[in-house]
Design a protein. Structure first.
Lengths: 199, 199
DNA sequence: GTCTATACCAAGATAGAC
DNA sequence: GTCTATCTTGGTATAGAC
């Protein structure tokens, strides 16, 4: 848990969210994590790209689990995704509008430069979409419709981060969450009654 | 038009889209534009940040005009935004998935570092949202609803770029465009008949 | 308004002792 | 597994002739 490797990943995650991938130096990571550059290369022989992939993989899993926890705690299937939008907005304001997600930033910076990083980002976001899809199909929505809503949800959140941070106003995430929720409600309402597990 | 200043902005725009803001060096810009670093600092005394702001402002205007052209040419008010999603998907595939928009990337990289760049990005995206809002209010949608749909449209496009480039598959933009269009159709259908200008 | 040359510093990465 | 020291390259920015 508190291993050196974990400390390096955690520090990198925070720095990437603040300064981006290319905007963060290994010297900063070394200082913030308390590990020397020698240690960093010990755990990540491929250097910064290896480290970036580890950050993306770790964050991808954590956010998928976070979605499942929030959606599972929602009062009904329709509100699960909405609660995520609201939670993201709150996080942004509490953290002085630091990027909640290093993955989207890294993906945009290096999608045309590093294949390992691009693929790791795609895998992470696909795992979120899978989770939303599963959440909605459990409420009776058919698979294609559920997946399209999952893709829109992830896109709207990632794009919402750009808008919210630029404006220094997170309320757009709440409004977009409301819009996406309208579509989700329609899809759940259209589902065969026999497969619905809630309202 | 073909002035040195314009060549510097154009070259920077393309490089930022490929490698990001921090991932692009002034030496690269110098080589791609044919202008020396001395020339670059002559036109942009504030250095890279000044140049970035100019790129964001220029691109912001061009894309706003492009939206108005596409939406104006649509067969009906409901399809204007959809056509933009489809056009963005086509552009991505034609350009080997280079980022269509330097603004979103720059915003995520430096929103917590450079206030001038952050504000320029916010202004650019707000101008797009204003344009979508005007497009929808002209079809009879009330202002708040139109603006929320404009925000969702821009968020879904910007977030869609992240997903599409990571996957190297642009089809998600078409699907998200369909979802957003459902909401737009509902809003236009709900508009008072006296204010509607089309179907 | 454009050029060459360069100052100055930070980047990623590595070597090798411990 | 961790450390210090350093190599090499590239970064932004500037100086000053033309």
């Amino acid at each position: 848990m508190g291993s050196t490797r974990d400390k390096i990943i955690t520090a990198s995650n925070e720095l990437f969210r603040r300064y981006g991938y290319n905007g963060t130096s290994l010297a900063q990571i070394s200082e913030a994590s308390g590990a020397t550059t020698g240690s960093i290369y010990h755990f990540f022989p491929g250097g910064k790209v290896d480290l970036g992939v580890a950050v993306v993989n770790t964050t991808g899993s954590i956010y998928r689990e976070l979605f499942e926890a929030i959606a599972g705690a929602a009062e009904n299937p329709v509100n699960g995704v909405y609660d995520v939008f609201v939670g993201a907005a709150a996080t942004l304001e509490e953290t002085d509008f630091i990027d909640p997600c290093p993955i989207g930033t890294i993906a945009r910076e290096v999608a045309n430069v590093s294949d390992p990083l691009r693929r790791a980002a795609a895998d992470a976001m696909n795992s979120w979409i899978d989770a939303v899809t599963a959440h909605l199909t459990a409420a009776g929505v058919d698979d294609d419709a559920a997946r399209a809503l999952g893709e829109l949800s992830v896109s709207a959140i990632e794009g919402g981060f750009v808008l919210a941070r630029s404006r220094r106003d997170a309320s757009v995430l709440v409004r977009s969450g409301e819009q996406v929720t309208k579509l989700i409600r329609d899809a759940v309402d259209a589902a065969p009654l026999t497969q619905r597990s809630g309202t």
